[in-house]
Design a protein around this ligand. Structure first.
Ligand code: S3P
Length: 193
């Protein structure tokens, strides 16, 4: 895997992006290919409450979910290489942007708005889309978040026309070009973008 070697502190692969971007499935592909542990902020929060994400939203509200999400991120070890899958709203809290950057290389999985919405509409388990007109709400949420994803991401991958495996390969190939001296929080050399 090029210079993307194991046992380098703070070089986790952190997946961010909107609901429907494929973070969980790409995370599983990356996990299989790298053999790193896989951590998922939604799963950590759900297991802490012993409830599903929609149940947490309806019982305690979004704010409580967001605090638990930040806590999960804050507690992630910096000295282990992991694949980290995050919820689409992780970028809403300013502190999280720093936590994300310190954990490793931040990869933004992006796609066309229509594609993202179709995927999300099919699964029907996103509490934020249970009110108003889901298509309009989705568009508003996405517009508000795009600058935040762009701000924190080291690398952006357009997932519209790629399979999950292809996306994982593309990510690992970009990371291979980073070189062993790259440190989390540093800019990405143009050759690796
Ligand atoms: C959310 C995305 C969800 C989950 C929660 C809130 C969001 O995760 O964290 O429903 O605000 O975009 P996915 O991005 O995996 O759907």
């Amino acid at each position: 895997m090029g210079h993307w070697t194991v046992n380098q502190a703070g070089k986790s692969i952190v997946l961010i992006g909107m609901m429907g971007a494929g973070k969980s499935s790409v995370g599983r592909c990356l996990q299989r290919r790298t053999q790193f542990a896989l951590l998922d902020t939604d799963e950590i929060v759900a297991s802490k409450f012993g409830l599903s994400i929609p149940e947490i939203f309806s019982k305690y509200g979004e704010q409580v979910f967001r605090e638990a999400e930040t806590q999960a991120l804050r507690e992630m070890a910096h000295d282990k290489q992991t694949i980290i899958v995050t919820g689409g709203g992780i970028v809403l809290c300013e502190d999280n942007l720093d936590f994300l950057k310190r954990l490793g290389v931040v990869v933004w999985l992006d796609s066309k708005e229509e594609t993202l919405f179709e995927r999300v509409a099919r699964s029907g388990n996103r509490p934020l889309l249970q009110r108003g007109n889901p298509r309009e709400v989705f568009a508003q949420i996405l517009q508000a978040r795009l600058p935040l994803y762009a701000k924190v991401a080291n690398i952006r991958v357009d997932t519209s026309v790629l399979t999950d495996e292809e996306i994982a390969v593309a990510i690992l190939s970009k990371l291979g070009k980073l070189g062993r001296n790259w440190r989390p929080g540093s800019p990405i050399p143009s050759t690796a973008r």
